[in-house]
Design a protein around this ligand. Structure first.
Ligand SMILES: Nc1nc2c(ncn2[C@@H]2O[C@H](COP(=O)(O)OP(=O)(O)OP(=O)(O)O)[C@@H](O)[C@H]2O)c(=O)[nH]1
Length: 670
């Protein structure tokens, strides 16, 4: 039942216009059609290749010529020549050496020489960077002498100022007819800061940096393989006898009874002592809120208790027959949707709580309440399995008719939102009475018609998604706080890989190294944690002031990309003003909320087939699907959806309304 985030210190002023109408972000006519959702929304149960296929199927979308003239220049065409290295049949070490030499050559030559020429030269000179460069420059020089273009100035690179070139037995290298861009690259190279002492003019190198780096790279590859094998064996060792871990986010309209339902479930499972419950009963009575006594199990702060609403994500845990379950009780109030998104971003599955009271279901569903928005948000964030608790059915005397009326409406909507019928289970219950929660119903009226499972058994039946434990570490940070010992703590979810006590990690986007001093899962100290776990990690070696919510702990070698600009395929839910170039938005990404702009509308796609409809559309309206480029005000860590699904999704919000969901398709280097 740990809770660390202090929502009261967060400023929502940018995100929310309090005079605005809440809950109107997803109107009935702007929901995703089944076709849209099947393309756009990640389905954990679906073959991942299907999504990959979709992501890869529009690689041909390019900027139009007038904006991106480089596309037609010879260098860009040359850049486009790609050679499949596998066809060269090199050993792993040689492949790494080749890649390293190519990188070095491109640093010097930019895009002026085609990849095939570079590869040929590197292979010919047996990965000797200096010889390969010399060869290319000499032949280029000869070429240029043949085809003289007098307009461009002759550039002379003095050997003394160009360390690596000077190692070649040529006193002066004359480069003609180079484009200014290329000259800039050569100038940058002249500075030669990264060159070691052996690169001084005239000093023969014992070993070129290229060869050293290629060795390092091949060692890294071997290490990565070893890490993968050790991650798998460690996982088997640590978790073989353990129950599967499952994270459930509890969502639904404000006052649907989410906290009461979960509080009661925990009490009935014996997770809350009688003494504590008695205390809650007495204290809630004192302030005239006795009906909230079970909700107090999860609503822990004074403000939440006095106001009778959940503000931050409450956490608690319990066990079913086959699972260790962590519940994330999300706030229902529209003001706290960013917190709800944080909770949903950490969940495997969702429990949607519906208030069955006549008039209440309707206001939560029909009149722009949070039922629809929450369901759409979790689906867009990758959750595909849902249990629907038709709660407070005691207020309708356990009427089957009322239950059917509600489930019929929900089924139609959830299908539109992208949930498969077979992945959604409906359970009639009452959180306040404890009816049909942890044991079969006892209420005679309910017994007359309900033959299904109780809520606990429905939760037990959820399937746990695959955990990418052998991939490089990615842990998204959703809280930073001072622990009891030395160092400080970060809380969050491990999206990829594993983390152990004693590990070195990189805090991104600031790229500071830190040491892992301790790991705890669900408040229990542990030596190691794996993908899918929510953990608290104690860090040292980095200043707490330099670590923030929304940062990522990354593998030191295979680091998470950091950028201010990325491309995403978005589906637009509902916009009052159509999206145009320059459109300001807030990006919600894991726990991060960052201001951003849509800087390019690259293409509009067919909602059903995903085919290109229009290049560079001027506007995007409701229900459209498009490829856009987004620029964030500060550098953020982000992954392509096809690489790390959990870190490849973004939500776009404006003035407290979710206007679109997107999958990251490309990351621009900054
Ligand atoms: N009759 C009846 N009332 C219930 C039931 N469950 C909850 N309530 C009442 O509904 C009110 C709201 O309950 P909460 O548990 O705070 O609702 P919530 O969905 O967690 O609220 P937020 O998180 O603030 O959106 C309280 O007064 C509860 O006593 C139920 O099964 N039957």
């Amino acid at each position: 039942m740990a809770r660390h985030r202090n929502v009261r210190n967060r400023s929502y002023s940018d995100d929310y216009d309090y005079d605005d109408v809440y809950g109107h972000s997803v109107e009935e006519d702007s929901c995703l059609s089944p076709n849209d959702s099947s393309q756009w929304l990640f389905d954990r149960t679906r073959n991942s290749q299907a999504i990959a296929h979709f992501l890869d199927s529009h690689d041909d979308i390019q900027e139009e010529v007038e904006e991106d003239t480089s596309m037609s220049s010879p260098s860009a065409l040359q850049r486009g020549e790609s050679i499949d290295l596998r066809s060269l049949d090199l050993s792993e070490e040689d492949e790494a050496k080749l890649m390293s030499c190519l990188d070095e050559l491109r640093n010097v030559l930019g895009d002026t020489v085609s990849e095939s020429v570079l590869i040929k030269s590197v292979l010919h000179h047996k990965f000797d960077f200096n010889k390969a460069l010399d060869d290319i420059l000499n032949s280029k020089s000869k070429e240029n002498t043949k085809t003289e273009v007098p307009k461009l100035p002759l550039v002379v690179i003095e050997p003394a100022k160009a360390p690596v070139i000077a190692t070649v037995n040529t006193p002066k290298v004359i480069v003609q007819n180079l484009e200014p861009k290329t000259l800039g690259i050569i100038k940058g190279f002249k500075v030669g800061k990264d060159e070691g002492p052996s690169s001084r003019p005239g000093t023969p190198r014992e070993q070129s940096p290229c060869t050293e780096r290629s060795k390092e790279q091949s060692t890294e590859k071997v290490k990565a393989k070893e890490n993968k094998a050790s991650a798998l064996s460690q996982y088997t060792k640590e978790r073989a006898l353990d129950k599967e871990h499952l994270y459930i986010v509890v969502i639904g309209h404000v006052d649907a009874g989410k906290s009461t339902l979960m509080g009661r479930l925990l009490c009935d499972l014996g997770e809350v002592s009688q003494k504590t419950l008695h205390k809650y009963e007495q204290e809630s009575k004192k302030i005239g809120k006795q009906s909230f006594m079970y909700a107090w199990v999860l609503d822990e702060t004074g403000e939440e208790r006095v106001r009778g609403i959940t503000m931050d994500v409450g956490r608690a845990q319990f066990e079913t027959k086959t699972k260790k379950v962590v519940i994330l009780d999300a706030p229902g109030h529209a003001d706290f949707i960013p917190n709800m998104i944080t909770g949903a971003g950490q969940a495997d599955v969702a429990l949607l709580v519906i208030d069955a009271t006549r008039g209440e279901f309707e206001s939560g569903f029909d009149f722009g309440g949070q039922t629809r928005e929450h369901a759409l948000l979790v689906r867009s964030l990758g959750v595909s399995q849902l249990a629907v608790a038709v709660n407070k059915l005691d207020t309708s005397n356990w009427s089957q008719e009322r239950f059917d009326e509600i489930t019929k409406k929900l089924k139609a909507f959830l299908k539109q939102a992208g949930f498969k019928d077979s992945d959604v289970t409906y359970v009639p219950c009452s959180g306040l009475n404890g009816e049909n929660l942890v044991k079969p119903p006892s209420e005679p009226e309910l017994l007359k018609w309900y033959k299904g499972l109780c809520l606990l058994d429905v939760i037990d039946k959820f399937s746990v998604p695959d955990r990418p434990i052998s991939k490089p570490l990615r842990m998204s940070i959703n809280d930073v706080f001072k622990g009891t010992g030395s160092g400080f703590c970060v809380a969050g979810r491990i999206e990829n890989g594993m983390i152990s006590k004693g590990d070195k990690v990189i805090v991104c986007p600031t790229k500071e190294a830190a040491d892992v001093r301790g790991v705890s899962i669900n408040d229990m100290s542990s030596n190691v944690a794996f993908a899918g776990d929510q953990v608290i990690v104690t860090l040292s070696g980095v200043d707490m002031q330099n670590v923030s919510v929304g940062y990522i702990l990354s593998d030191p070698v295979q680091q998470v990309p950091v950028t201010t600009r990325f491309e995403a395929r978005i589906v637009v839910f509902n916009v009052k003003v159509p999206i145009t170039k320059g459109y300001p938005i807030l990006i919600h990404y894991q726990s991060l909320v960052e201001s951003a702009h849509i800087v390019k509308l690259k293409a509009q796609l067919n909602k059903t087939t995903g085919e290109l409809v229009k290049k560079k559309p001027r506007v995007l309206g409701n229900n459209s699907v498009a490829v856009v480029e987004i620029e964030v005000s500060k550098p953020i860590c982000i992954e392509k959806y096809k690489d790390v699904k959990e870190l490849g999704r973004v939500m776009l919000r404006v003035a407290g309304v979710t206007i679109a969901a997107g999958l990251v398709t490309d990351i621009m280097s900054t």
